[in-house]
Design a protein around this ligand. Structure first.
Ligand code: 8YV
Length: 317
């Protein structure tokens, strides 16, 4: 088993117990290209994560011994699924186990951006606080506002559950209207264009696909009420960075809470220059409990294929 990333200790220990493991030689930057292909030499399973670009070229060059690629993530936009399918490779992911941690981070981004927590924390660390003042760092109230969720899957619904505790009214857009048993009283909008005028906050929970690339562009951002707050814990490519930065500058967006970026680990400098952004380094699933669970889930999938000759539970190809 070739590990393309360094995983939590308990996960690596279980992998070492059950497999002849080749550990990741480097973690940052993540293995890709020829180095990733070479790393897979002699392995029948390859464990990757976002950051490992498993492109068509990589998949075509993989040695024939590789039968399964397990990603340590729910998202699989870093893997060329068509190329995997063409080579008869099995691809698995780790849904469910990271839903709560990611929804928690979405709430952190929402609160952090709206309540200017990043600015406040930076001021404290710099020793620049000269005292409480009635007009200091006034943010946007979260409680009681309207939240629009784009992509009402597992994570979107977990965000809705949390937002209800803040008395927020939930609006959502998805490819289809979901049963009230699943989404409760959340209000459905068939298109993003229909949804946006109803959002004081908008949180993105759709996968990165060609259809969702730059979904939040200048035209759609203009449909939001002025002073809305954008939250992105999905993928950086779902927003048009230039358009979001322009909206943050003009006040069309009061703030943005972002955990994901186009071309990670690069961050568009415009986000760093804006005071009204709350920026995190892709921490969505980064709790000890969740990262262990993701690793065990990835190993469960590998075990099914490689140790038991069964279909893995989380097969995406
Ligand atoms: C992680 C994620 O930060 O699951 C995903 O798709 O983006 C996050 O859980 C990352 O993937 C860890 O490998």
């Amino acid at each position: 088993l070739a590990l393309a990333r360094t995983l939590p200790d308990d996960v690596e220990a279980r992998a070492a117990r059950d497999y002849d493991v080749r550990a990741a030689p480097v973690d940052t930057p993540a293995l890709g290209g020829e180095a990733l292909v070479a790393h897979a030499d002699g392995a029948d399973g390859l464990l990757v994560a976002p950051g490992n670009a498993v492109t068509a070229e990589v998949i075509q060059a993989l040695p024939d011994c590789v039968r399964v690629i397990a990603t340590f993530s729910v998202g699989f936009d870093h893997i060329d699924l068509d190329a995997a399918r063409a080579r008869g490779l099995i691809v698995t992911n780790t849904p469910d186990v990271l839903t709560d941690a990611t929804a928690d981070i979405a709430m952190l981004c929402m609160l952090g951006a709206a309540r200017r927590a990043g600015e406040g924390e930076a001021m404290m660390r710099a020793g620049e606080w000269i005292g409480w003042a009635p007009t200091q760092m006034m943010g946007v109230q979260v409680t009681g506002k309207r939240l629009g969720i784009i992509g009402m899957g597992r994570i979107g619904r977990a965000v809705a559950k949390r937002a209800r505790a803040f008395d927020m009214t939930i609006h959502y857009q998805d490819s289809k209207k979901l049963d009230t048993a699943v989404v409760g009283d959340a209000i459905y909008h068939a298109t993003v264009e229909d949804l946006l005028p109803h959002c004081d906050f908008v949180s993105l929970h759709c996968p990165a696909t060609p259809e969702t690339t730059k979904l939040m562009n200048a035209e759609r951002l203009a449909l939001l009420p002025k002073g809305a707050v954008l939250v992105n814990t999905a993928r950086g490519t779902v927003v048009d960075d230039e358009a979001v930065i322009a909206a943050l500058k003009s006040g069309q967006l009061a703030a943005a809470g972002l955990d994901v970026f186009t071309g990670e680990p690069n961050v568009h400098p415009g986000y760093r220059d804006q005071p009204n952004t709350f920026l995190l380094p892709h921490l969505g699933s980064a709790t000890i409990e969740t990262r262990n669970a993701m690793g065990f889930r990835a190993l469960d999938n590998l075990d099914a294929v490689l140790l038991r000759g069964e279909a893995p539970g989380d097969r995406v190809v």
